[in-house]
Design a protein around this ligand. Structure first.
Ligand code: NOJ
Length: 549
């Protein structure tokens, strides 16, 4: 089927279901809650929804450990609620994208239970290896969640590979039967009417033959042998050819540590196997490869990441634009300023919403939710955070270790959405499954709805503008003043329209800079974070967008 590429006109909203909205009072976000809030999502100007996993799961990795791919977890409302949501989304002219997690399953999945007992045809569904001499593990690979990537299984008497948690065994994608299962899953949801998939760590699905030891990588040991592995393109092509090409759907691949050049091997519009890619470079302006190796925030690094992807994909593919998701702490707490919460939230919004690509907004980002900072390490839920804490250096003080968790844990961004200032932030009438950020009395949707200058209303304005301008969809991108460590300035240009975007990341007044060839005196100021400000000084974290047509 001819790909209509409708996703290029869209803005997606990411729902991390357990913390979005509880509809039945059991303390856990669910699909009934989503149904209540579809109009809210639409009111932002978002017309696509990406759901983090909502399948039955023991919850070892908050749903990314799937026990049944063709059902919806009862705690989220089951299939009945899902169908209601799907209909509600489509009735509003929106699209729905599911998370497809097929690098691994839960160890409670029936396939794994049968595989460990060598029941056919499941025996080779996973990556099993006997122990080496003296019971040693098959190789030196490390899990992405820390610790060894192998777990001994008493039942089978062999090790299995898990690139994530112990309860997330990796599937053996080299087995054609496993690929048939993946295709069945895709078909099942597409036939029901879903509009596409976000494919979890899909660049990991093919491991190098012989699973050799890794002597190269200091962190994520083993990664060179499974990221972009030998058959990954072949398998993705098979999924595309046998299933995806027969539906009008979109695919976005999550790809840790991918460069634009490598990405094009997957997403080139001429011959790629996937439509778009979620890259991590834009998440590394304040860390080295991972949030767990923090560094000082560098605007130059952020700009380089943005511009690299804009320039290198130009004319060949399409960007995913994002700043937040469920895997990273809140962006204002990282790249902005909590003191200038609203202002820096606005400049961050402008910094990415006017680039070329399809933007994603993560729940709570639009109201400027901040990092959660619990008083004790015991309050964390996330498996990666717990592993990290257990392995972390006990020579550091308790306080230092806790601060590191605040700064780096995914749980910092997983607290319930703050809907209003009532008990539990209006998230649930029951006991919330997770802690609500104490700042909810001040930071919540209801309060921001009432304030015309709120971040929430600014997101609405910015998204509406983005959608109304041809130059934002089609124009070429150019960065200006790239050596500035406080200003991010870029322009977009297409026949008949020119756009200039200026974002200050300074916490004091700084001088506005205008690139050559742009005459501000005849440009129209179409969006600004600070009402009435128009002189050549920018207030802290001020942003402006000018248009010529
Ligand atoms: C990436 C997902 O976004 C993350 O939340 C998850 O823990 C891992 N993949 C494993 O599925």
């Amino acid at each position: 089927m001819e790909n209509k590429r409708w996703y290029k006109d869209m803005v997606f909203y990411q729902i991390w279901p357990r913390s979005f909205k509880d509809g039945n009072g059991d303390g856990m976000g669910d699909l009934w809650g989503v149904l209540e809030k579809l109009d809210y999502i639409k009111s932002l100007g978002c017309d696509g929804v990406w759901f983090s996993p909502i399948y039955p799961s023991p919850g070892a990795d908050c749903g990314y450990d799937i026990a049944d791919y063709i059902d919806i977890a009862p705690e989220f409302g089951g299939m009945e609620a899902f169908k209601a949501v799907l209909e509600g989304v489509h009735d509003r002219g929106m699209k729905l994208v599911m998370d497809l997690v097929v690098n691994h399953t839960s160890d409670e999945h029936e396939w794994f239970q049968k595989s460990r007992r060598r029941i056919e045809p499941y025996t080779d569904y996973y990556i099993w290896r006997p122990a080496k001499q003296n019971g040693k593990m098959p190789n030196n690979w490390q899990s992405n969640f820390e610790g060894p990537a192998w777990e001994w299984d008493e039942v089978r008497g062999e090790y299995y590979l898990h690139l994530f948690a112990v309860k997330q065994p990796d599937l053996n994608m080299d087995n054609p039967l496993v690929r048939e299962e993946v295709k069945k899953i895709m078909k099942f949801w597409l036939d029901m009417g879903v509009d596409g998939f976000r494919e979890d760590v899909i660049t990991y699905i093919s491991k190098k033959k012989g699973l050799p030891d890794d002597h190269l990588f200091p962190i994520y040991k083993g990664m060179p042998h499974y990221n972009h592995g030998p058959h990954v393109h072949e398998y993705l092509e098979e999924f595309k050819h046998d299933v995806l090409d027969h539906y009008d759907c979109v695919t976005l691949a999550e790809a840790p540590l991918v460069s634009p050049k490598r990405a094009l091997e997957y997403i080139d519009e001429e011959n790629g196997q996937i439509d778009m890619m979620i890259q991590f470079q834009c998440q590394c302006a304040d860390c080295l490869f991972t949030d767990w190796l923090p560094t000082k925030f560098s605007l130059r690094r952020l700009k380089k990441a943005f511009s690299d992807w804009q320039y290198k994909l130009e004319g060949r593919s399409w960007n995913v634009l994002y700043l937040e998701n469920h895997d990273h702490p809140r962006i204002i707490s990282r790249y902005g300023s909590e003191k200038f919460r609203c202002e820096s939230g606005k400049t961050l919004a402008v910094s990415y919403l006017f680039q070329k690509g399809t933007p994603f907004v993560y729940q709570g980002q639009e109201i400027g939710m901040l990092n959660w900072r619990p008083s004790s390490p015991d309050m964390y839920e996330d498996v990666h955070t717990k592993n990290h804490y257990a392995n972390s250096n006990t020579k550091h003080t308790q306080e230092e270790r806790l601060r590191k968790l605040w700064r780096s844990s995914r749980d910092s961004a997983r607290t319930p959405v703050q809907w209003d200032d009532s008990e539990n932030a209006g998230f649930t009438t029951g006991t919330p499954w997770f802690y609500v950020n104490e700042n909810y009395k001040k930071i919540n949707v209801a309060a921001e709805e009432k304030d015309p200058d709120s971040l929430l209303n600014f997101y609405r304005k910015a998204i509406a503008l983005r959608k109304s301008l041809k130059v934002v969809r089609e124009g070429t991108y150019k960065e200006h003043f790239h050596s500035s460590s406080k200003l991010y300035v870029y322009s977009r240009e297409c026949a008949g329209q020119k756009l200039l975007v200026v974002c200050s990341f300074a916490d004091k007044d700084i001088k506005m800079k205008c690139p050559r060839g742009f005459d501000l005196s005849n440009g129209k100021l179409i969006l600004q974070s600070h009402n009435g400000s128009c002189d050549d000084m920018l207030k802290p974290y001020e942003s402006r967008v000018y248009l010529w047509e």
